[in-house]
Design a protein around this ligand. Structure first.
Ligand code: TMP
Length: 203
């Protein structure tokens, strides 16, 4: 595996991204790679404050446009402060959520224009695109039962079904980068699937 790879994990809330990110990190570290595990929103100190604004259930008046810009602001800081420096130092970056989350949640979920989301995020990230994206797929009804009830998680099951359809559509449109992996089964079974999906691409 080459140095300086940018790998993202996507999926609806509660699907098990953190568990899989940590298993993948341990796997790469065993092979001698330096790995940075991070997540959006909230991968930097400033981003943690933006995350609080986004997920506070009392912010009922937050407009969809404000929401997308706050995620983009969090991302701009994260890319600038953490992701690009790590990649430049030859580290592997495993990031939970990136631009695809904005496309799925704010685009497919809330109905905001995909091209506008792409343009804002292209600007915010300086055009950074993951080398590989793993989408952990599961029925949102099953996943949501495991999550806490923040502002976003209070949205309806129909909303999360649109988000899931969105992720699947994004993966279908970009099969070289975007791999769909079933999140059913034990953590070890899912981890084995994740590694298989990476074979031939970055491994
Ligand atoms: P997390 O639970 O993975 O930390 O993410 C917090 C919430 O933020 C989750 O419901 C997904 C949502 N989200 C978006 O709606 N758009 C985005 O661009 C990102 C990064 C997250």
């Amino acid at each position: 595996m080459r140095k300086g790879l940018f790998i993202t994990l996507e999926g609806v809330d509660g699907v098990g991204k953190t568990t899989q990110a940590l298993l993948l990190k341990a796997h790469f570290e065993q092979q001698g790679h330096e790995v940075v595990h991070t997540a959006e929103p909230g991968g930097t100190e400033l981003g943690k404050k933006i995350r609080q604004l986004l997920l506070d259930p009392s912010h009922k008046e937050l407009s969809p446009m404000t929401e997308i810009l706050l995620y983009a602001a969090d991302r701009a800081q994260h890319v600038h402060e953490k992701v690009r420096p790590a990649l430049a130092a030859g580290k592997t970056v495993i990031c939970e959520r990136f631009v695809d989350s904005s496309l799925a949640y704010q685009g497919y979920g809330l109905g905001l224009e995909l091209e506008a989301i792409r343009a804002v995020n292209h600007w915010a990230t300086g055009g950074l695109v993951p080398d590989l994206t793993i989408y952990l797929d599961a029925d949102p009804a099953f996943c949501l039962a495991r999550t806490k009830r923040d502002r976003i998680a209070q949205r309806t099951l129909e909303y999360y079904s649109r988000v899931r359809e969105g992720f699947l559509a994004l993966a279908e449109a970009d099969p070289g980068r975007f791999k769909v992996v079933s999140a059913r089964g034990t953590r070890e079974e899912v981890a084995a699937r994740v590694l298989r999906a990476m074979e031939g691409e970055v491994l």
